[in-house]
Write a protein that binds this ligand. Structure first.
Ligand SMILES: Cc1ncc(COP(=O)(O)O)c(C=O)c1O
Length: 466
């Protein structure tokens, strides 16, 4: 096949729609007998499974658009997009074809330029804000974060990093050092962190540390705390703040709108870089290519992953143009990063977002979901807060709306009960996380919320709230 033979599929936004009444479709109790048997055989060897799997050991065999089908033939509505990954729908035909084309033509050529890489780089520079256009490609989020930390050290000649409590940045040594790993309900830190990595509180609108007289979050106090922290607790060699723009793993927590603009000004004053880890929140999930676009802040370093290749392992580290030279000194390339299949997946994914008008879909359907969540919050005694933007959403469960005591036991049960009803999603202790594929329309989205609300009502009955 010649390069010119490459297929260019353009589909309508509804390519994935089937009979809505058939979603979900449960033909056994779930997880079903084949799932249980297969999982038990795999778990004999596979160790270190996530709580998501341990709490609901289903075996999936097929994904199409917004649905997943298990080995027993049960079809689930997908409210997790893998794990924020298959955001344009499972096996989007355009993306699958683009990968398959290069799988048959050229799988790897180290970091030599290929036609599809050249197109992807130009496309990325076009959709990213400002002069964020010095790019390197990787195959997992942690590698991109790791490279960005090396780049920040090379750019600044400094070696200290500050991240936020309950941030998550991946599982390599440096990435874990910027994260607060979650073990069940317990946030552990300390032994997992390398020297020179620090953590500070970041504003959580539901649980603020500092408020003004009118009850709004006092973001100036957070910045003042960072200033004092740098003076008193670091050796004065801070290279970067490493932050998620909105905290995904912690439960879809968005800071107030004035936080990042103030933090950026503070970083500029202190000559500290702002590293914005958009692996989870980026590429359309919040209705913008970068979540940071909501606040018109241009970071110095950005990492992209998950949705970036819609399931094909491809990630990116992007720096402001003026920092591009630093990548020469850190030997930035890798064996698989930017291989033709990866570039094809990422390029087709951006084209799909554009062609199907998905940023707009995320904004409008996301707003409809949020309206429904607000209503649920008013009606349910254990819903303390609802939060999010676009399709990065959360419901915080509490034992008591006044004390705000987290209700992790309820979170686990709601996760399992909604899954049993046919909703594939993600547990996160007492905060229920929702990240539907960006293609989902309001009808399907409300089906998912119905399953969650039914599960919450069940749990409220079980604990004697109603
Ligand atoms: C914000 C953020 N950064 C980095 C990572 C690491 O990505 P990966 O699992 O591809 O290594 C994750 C994974 O969840 C993430 O949420």
């Amino acid at each position: 096949m010649k390069q010119s033979d490459e297929q260019k599929l353009t589909l309508t936004r509804d390519w994935w729609k089937e009979n809505a009444a058939d979603v979900p479709r449960l033909i056994t109790a779930t997880p079903g007998p084949r799932s249980k048997e297969m999982h038990a055989r795999a778990a004999r060897y596979m160790k270190g499974l996530s709580s998501q799997v341990k709490l609901f050991p289903v075996c999936f065999e097929e994904g199409y658009g917004v649905t997943l089908t298990d080995v027993d033939g049960n079809r689930y509505l997908d409210f997790s997009s893998g794990i924020y990954v298959t955001s344009l729908g499972h096996c989007h035909p355009k993306i699958s074809e683009a990968i398959a084309y290069w799988a048959k033509k050229l799988m790897n050529a180290h970091d030599f330029t290929t036609p599809v890489k050249e197109k992807l780089l130009e496309k990325m520079a076009g959709v990213l804000p400002g002069n964020l256009n010095a790019i390197q490609l990787y195959s997992d989020g942690a590698s991109a974060v790791e490279a960005a930390i090396r780049a920040a050290r090379a750019i600044t000649g400094k070696h200290e990093f500050i991240s936020g409590y309950r941030d998550f940045h991946g599982k390599s040594m440096a990435a874990v050092s910027c994260a607060q790993m979650i073990r069940g309900d317990v946030y552990s830190y300390g032994p997992t962190r390398a020297p020179g990595f620090y953590m500070v509180p970041r504003p959580d609108p539901y649980r603020p540390l500092w408020t003004r007289a009118d009850g709004t979050i006092d973001t100036d106090q957070y910045i003042a705390f960072y200033d004092q922290f740098i003076t008193e607790s670091t050796v004065g060699n801070v290279a970067a703040f490493v932050l998620e723009p909105a905290q995904g793993w912690a439960g879809s927590i968005f800071p107030p709108d004035d936080f990042f603009p103030k933090l950026k000004a503070f970083c500029e004053k202190k000559k500290i870089l702002l590293f914005d880890d958009e692996v989870l929140a980026g590429m359309g999930r919040t209705g913008e290519y970068l979540c940071m676009n909501h606040w018109n802040v241009e970071p110095d370093i950005v990492t992209l992953g998950k949705s970036f290749g819609n399931g094909f392992p491809v990630t990116a580290m992007v720096l402001k143009e003026e920092y591009g030279e630093a990548l020469e000194s850190i030997s930035a390339s890798s064996s698989y990063g930017g291989n033709p299949m990866a570039c094809a997946a990422a390029l087709a994914s951006i084209e799909v977002i554009e062609e199907e008008g998905l940023l707009e879909n995320v904004r409008t359907v996301g707003a409809a979901i949020m309206k429904r969540l607000e209503k649920m919050k008013a009606e349910h005694p254990i819903i303390g807060d609802v939060k999010g933007k676009g399709f990065l959403l959360g419901i915080e469960l509490v034992r008591d709306k006044i004390t705000k005591e987290p209700f992790a036991e309820a979170g686990t049960l709601v996760y399992q009960k909604a899954f049993q009803r046919g909703l594939a999603w993600i547990p996160a202790g007492h905060i229920l996380r929702m990240s539907p594929p960006l293609i989902m329309d309001e009808t399907y989205a409300m089906k998912g919320i119905d399953m969650i609300e039914d599960a919450i009502s069940d749990v409220e009955k079980q604990f004697g709230y109603v």
